[in-house]
Ligand binder design. Structure first.
Ligand code: ZN
Length: 64
């Protein structure tokens, strides 16, 4: 079993999963392109928030 020190551990680009150096100008992304792509995904709503809209109050009923 080979132990890997923290300094040898690689972060991975959230967009393309490529190993990225911590010293990268675009960290945690591997490139400006991936950084822009990720931001675009957020803007497009690709990442939804679990639980959101799970309960929508309905005022059309429930008047006791
Ligand atoms: Zn990337």
């Amino acid at each position: 079993m080979k132990l890997v020190s923290a300094t040898e551990m690689k972060f991975r680009c959230p967009t393309c999963r490529k190993a990225v150096e911590r010293t990268s100008d675009y960290f945690p992304f591997c490139s400006d392109r991936c950084k822009t792509t990720d931001l675009g995904r957020w803007a497009a709503g690709e990442y939804s928030i679990p639980g959101e809209n799970a309960y929508i109050p309905d005022d059309s009923e429930g008047h006791f």
